[in-house]
Design a protein. Structure first.
Length: 196
């Protein structure tokens, strides 16, 4: 399907909608867009936004659980919120906090807030998630779900030039079956997945 000069495909297995792999933004284009965001750890509004994921995740974590905020951005507010509540949280971001090799082998939780819609190679990251979340641990994701194909062309989320993957509940359910996650759709835009 073509919309506004952008070409999209849909996987027949998992129902992921994604932009043409040869038309993805460059790292410089991505950083230029991300630098426009004002996501500061001390911003009460941003913290309220992130609490959509933080609150249901923390309610499920054991005391002292530790994790990593994957794709933390320039202002790792979610990691700060988790640390303040007694959950040690590392940070990783390919642009602002690189160095996957410094991270632990496995975690009690991994969070991804407004990240997976940017992934150029989602299978690679999902393999990383599956390998780095301990059995019984949690993967917390925040991304707007694609629920209405008829509104896709006018959907504000699609218009961000760095948003190249669009996820449906069916996509998460498929990943759960393939990788061994129990999927908890807590409401658009949050899904919590527990590793079996």
């Amino acid at each position: 399907m073509q919309v506004d000069g952008r070409e999209y495909f849909r996987c027949p297995c998992c129902q992921l909608t994604f932009e043409h792999p040869q038309k993805l933004p460059t790292p410089d284009e991505e950083k230029g867009q991300y630098d426009l965001h004002e996501n500061r750890p001390d911003d009460p509004g941003y913290r309220t936004f992130l609490s959509q994921l933080a609150a249901p995740l923390m309610a499920r974590l054991a005391p002292g659980a530790s994790g990593v905020d994957f794709g933390c951005g320039p202002g790792p507010a979610l990691a700060a919120m988790l640390n303040e509540n007694g959950f040690a949280c590392d940070t990783y971001d390919p642009i602002y906090a690189p160095g996957l090799s410094r991270l632990a082998a496995q975690y009690d939780f991994v969070t991804c807030t407004e990240v997976i819609e940017h992934l150029h190679h989602p299978a690679r990251e999902w393999t990383w998630f599956a390998e780095h979340v301990k059995p019984g641990g949690w993967l917390g994701i925040m991304t707007r779900w694609l629920t209405d194909d008829t509104a896709f062309a006018s959907w504000h989320y699609r218009r961000d030039p760095t948003h190249v993957c669009f996820w449906q509940p069916a996509t998460f359910e498929w990943l759960g079956r393939q990788q061994g996650w129990d999927v908890h759709l807590t409401g658009n835009p949050v899904v919590l997945m527990q590793k079996r």
